[in-house]
Design a protein around this ligand. Sequence first.
Ligand code: PEP
Length: 249
Amino acid sequence: MRRPLVAGNWKMNGSKEASSALLKGILAGADAAVSDIAVCPPAILIPLAAEKLAGSKVAWGGQNLNANESGAFTGEISGGMLKDYGCTYVLVGHSERRTLYGEDDALVAQKFGVAQQAGLMPILCIGEILQERESGNTEAVVARQLDAVLDTHGIGAFENSVIAYEPVWAIGTGKTATPEQAQDVHRFIREKLAALSDGIASDLRILYGGSMNGGNANELISQDDIDGGLIGGASLKADEFLKICNAAA
Ligand code: PEP
């Protein structure tokens, strides 16, 4: 039985004050929530999250990490540093990293491995752009993104990871994939991994991300292969975020 996970990606939003209030709001409903919960604030707010969330049900994580352990990489943050501040998770290969910062499949695969070496659980983000969906290439794109990690680290690496299927055309657009569209891709992902290891595939949590909110979460998360959500915009409002955490039954 896979326990649902709802993870908030705050992106580059927040301040000390606003984030403290948001965390307080999330903590107020966290114990009653049916899902596991995590938040991924901007790196500079991770110490604040660590302080406020310590000992609670809510885990925290990073939005990115460098592919190296340490060294002359000005402005970057390593997996070890995230771990040092109590992070459980780190997002790897978010579509904004891929598109805006040129992260290709090979770099994403490298980051996936470095995250695990640092003791973090990578949340591997994969998904197609609109043009790829419209040209019938969704499965090919998702397969290519998975293969980059499989070829480098093997199926065993997925034992200690989470996948987030995020159709890029649905991220921050208010345009959600239908539950059927999302389920089809989630099933494809699980079946692809099951061909290599049934056990790993059936235990793996595959989250949906892309304009999920309190209103559409139930229908999405009730699909067989959708095990929670990676939430951007709606994770910045405690009430809305908690509604999603309660949809994950
Ligand atoms: C995301 O940033 O991963 C995301 C899913 O954003 P939103 O929920 O705002 O679409």
